[in-house]
Write a protein that binds this ligand. Structure first.
Ligand SMILES: Cc1ncc(COP(=O)(O)O)c(C=O)c1O
Length: 383
């Protein structure tokens, strides 16, 4: 049975005040997540330091993330950010041999290119896969870049700038054929579409809790395929990455046998409370239903943009799109500010206003956005 999306809207008080189309930047706050923050405060007031319960929260985030990705908890590191997870992973890779190439796409969020460029002094060669004239990156461009010297293909699932979704199964096939591993930066996808890391057959996946996962900033995850964990020893480490956290052994580095070896220091306790509540909420709604709704909402929004003569640059095919509709503007910063004056919350990147949809949005939200855009077209559409 389809979730009652209209009833679920009531769980996000901001929706009563704003047309909230900003989940690709930061989600709307759910009552449950607010209550989780308050529960942490209560814990601090009533118990002081409740470490056993706090560690259990961190483990709960690990196991809910595993459920979400169709992985097992031992394959999940709970990290402070995507960047922290990628740095830890990079530190475990060796670029001194012939297989020293990292292939990234021109759709990457800066962190997923900068961190690989930061490995250049260690021998890594970074190759960028360019967009075609239509603004998409076709498989043939990846085929030209991925070869026997490629160690890692590090790609975004959905592009933060234009909402385009890459052909991950196709890219994984190309990587496999040349013996390369695949890292998926799924931050702009996870929670908005259904993701099964086993079906996608990626080796690593990174994301965080503040966007479509309904949580907060300062907490993320790194998925590492079980069969690689033992052979990867991060040099970015810390006491929470050790096999026995309580050992307090200062004579050696003894990494955990599971993906916890990609963690570092004390978990962000309050963020664990929020992330746990967000993940529980999202899993109860169900990602297949969320995906279906997000495709319907973005499709509708794009059709209406066409009708008002201000088309988006996001691909129209469902299989090439995430939950963001990107609309080009001659001044996207000012346009986003004008929309905000009308209580429509969007974000902007790289010449585009981004309207990001989630299950708590509805067709009226899309219509409010369209009405405002129609009004503002004369001043802000591309010349
Ligand atoms: C696709 C993508 N990757 C990575 C990041 C950065 O993640 P973090 O700040 O957790 O390192 C973002 C942030 O917006 C993102 O959209």
């Amino acid at each position: 049975m389809e979730p009652n999306f209209q009833a679920l809207r009531k769980e996000f008080p901001v929706l009563g005040r704003k047309t909230y189309l900003n989940s690709g930047s930061y989600c709307a706050l759910a009552n449950d997540v607010k209550a989780a923050f308050e529960a942490y405060m209560e814990d601090r007031l009533m118990v002081g330091a409740n470490w056993d319960a706090w560690i259990a929260k961190n483990e709960s985030v690990r196991s809910l993330t595993a459920t979400l990705l169709h992985a097992v908890p031992d394959e999940i590191a709970v990290t402070a950010s995507v960047s922290a997870g990628l740095n830890s992973l990079a530190s475990a890779l060796n670029f001194s041999g012939r297989r020293n190439k990292v292939v990234v796409s021109d759709f990457e969020f800066p962190t997923n290119a900068q961190i690989w460029h930061a490995q250049e002094p260690r021998g890594a060669r970074i190759v960028h896969v360019p967009c075609a004239a239509d603004g998409y990156i076709p498989l043939e461009n990846f085929a030209k870049a991925i070869d026997e010297q490629t160690q890692l293909v590090a790609i975004t699932h959905v592009c933060f700038r234009n909402g385009a979704k890459l052909d991950i199964p196709g890219i994984v096939r190309l990587a496999r054929a040349k013996g390369a591993k695949v890292l998926l930066d799924c931050y702009q996808a996870v929670g908005s579409i259904d993701i099964d890391v086993k079906t996608l057959d990626v080796d690593f996946a990174a994301g965080g809790m503040l966007k479509y996962l309904l949580g907060t900033a300062g907490i993320g995850f790194l998925y590492v395929r079980d069969s690689f964990i033992q052979s990867l020893v991060p040099t970015n480490s810390g006491w929470f990455a050790q096999a026995d956290i309580a050992a307090m052994d200062i004579t050696a580095n003894r990494p955990a046998p599971n993906a916890r070896r990609f963690e570092a220091g004390t978990p962000a306790v309050v963020n664990c409370y929020a992330a746990e509540a967000g993940l529980k909420f999202l899993l109860a709604v169900g990602t297949p239903a969320i995906e279906k709704r997000n495709y319907a909402l973005t499709r509708r929004c794009m059709q209406r943009l066409e009708e008002i003569g201000w088309p988006s640059i996001t691909p129209t095919q469902d299989e090439r799109r995430g939950a963001t509709v990107a609309v080009p503007s001659r001044d996207c910063g000012k346009l986003s500010a004008e929309l905000m004056k009308r209580d429509i919350v969007t974000s902007h990147r790289d010449g585009n206003v981004r309207a990001s949809f989630h299950f708590y949005n509805d067709e009226d939200d899309a219509e409010s956005f369209i009405a405002a855009m129609k009004d503002l077209r004369g001043s802000f559409s591309p010349r």
